[in-house]
Write a protein that binds this ligand. Structure first.
Ligand SMILES: [Mg+2]
Length: 112
């Protein structure tokens, strides 16, 4: 059976990133609903935590939040995937017409 691979960002997607000033040695608490979302999604796809954070720190965060069992791996490499879930991205829709405006107006959900 073909398993879809999905890469999921950490900061701003699975945690309460954005509430406090960024600290590279501390990963904020898990976001409400994140556990249930990951548990459900892990039944449909192979999940990878995709983060620019220190990989050991990110792995510990997964373990502390009992999420490690749902992830195949933690990576900072953009693996070939079916989908990427990230709070800081723009979905390219095939043309460049509105891209500059989208870049100019972009704000992550927690800054709106
Ligand atoms: Mg992020």
């Amino acid at each position: 059976m073909f398993t879809k691979k999905i890469l999921i960002d950490l900061d701003g997607v699975l945690n309460e990133y954005g509430k406090d000033k960024f600290n590279e040695n501390y990963i904020p608490e898990i976001k409400i609903g994140a556990y249930e979302f990951i548990e459900k999604l892990s039944k449909q796809a192979e999940l990878y935590l995709f983060t620019s954070r220190n990989l050991m720190l990110a792995t510990k965060w997964l373990i502390n939040n009992n999420l490690d069992k749902f992830f195949k791996d933690v990576t900072n490499t953009k693996l070939s995937s079916y989908l990427y879930i990230d709070d800081r991205c723009i979905c390219f829709k095939g043309d460049y017409c509105n891209l500059f405006d989208e870049i100019e107006e972009f704000k992550p959900w927690y800054r709106k």
